[in-house]
Design a protein around this ligand. Sequence first.
Ligand SMILES: Cc1cc2nc3c(=O)[nH]c(=O)nc-3n(C[C@H](O)[C@H](O)[C@H](O)COP(=O)(O)O)c2cc1C
Length: 166
Amino acid sequence: MFDEFGFPRDADSGRAEPILDTFVYCSRAAEGVNDAQVERIIELSQRRNVARDITGVLVFGSGIFFQWIEGPPAQVEKLIASLHGDPRHFDIVTLDRSVEKRARLYPNWEMERVGADDIRAVLQEALGTAEDENNIAALKRILEHLDSGPLDTLHPSATKREGADR
Ligand SMILES: Cc1cc2nc3c(=O)[nH]c(=O)nc-3n(C[C@H](O)[C@H](O)[C@H](O)COP(=O)(O)O)c2cc1C
């Protein structure tokens, strides 16, 4: 009710922050998922996310997806269910999930293509903090794939998607 200084906690609720559900994961693109299909995923996601008040960032590089999603809990819940049933990717590893009152980290929907080194850094950091055995195993599989797999989907010049709604 009151903070340690004796002020009511909601004193500044003029700029009330929303309850945000955050879901962060990485996954491997299924075989045959090419650039055109990734483009389709991005276009559809952008349209649907705007309609559902979902924002975040989708990173794709070397056949690996990394996505940060934030939005109203009911909408994020539905999207997570859809993502788990989507055959275009597999080995989905939840890196973070939380529901809290806070400002958005990504007020817009963004898409970025990155190189293998950036993806590797993200995954290695996640592996360093992962506790769940299944997550650790999946992260290791993804890293192995990254180190051994063909890098023909790699786009060395990281390009931010222009024209996104921001
Ligand atoms: C890597 C990846 C990221 C995706 N991101 C989103 C997203 O941000 N928003 C979205 O609506 N769909 C996204 N999709 C598509 C969903 O998995 C799903 O196909 C779409 O939401 C339609 O779901 P529904 O048929 O259950 O309604 C993504 C798919 C993949 C493979």
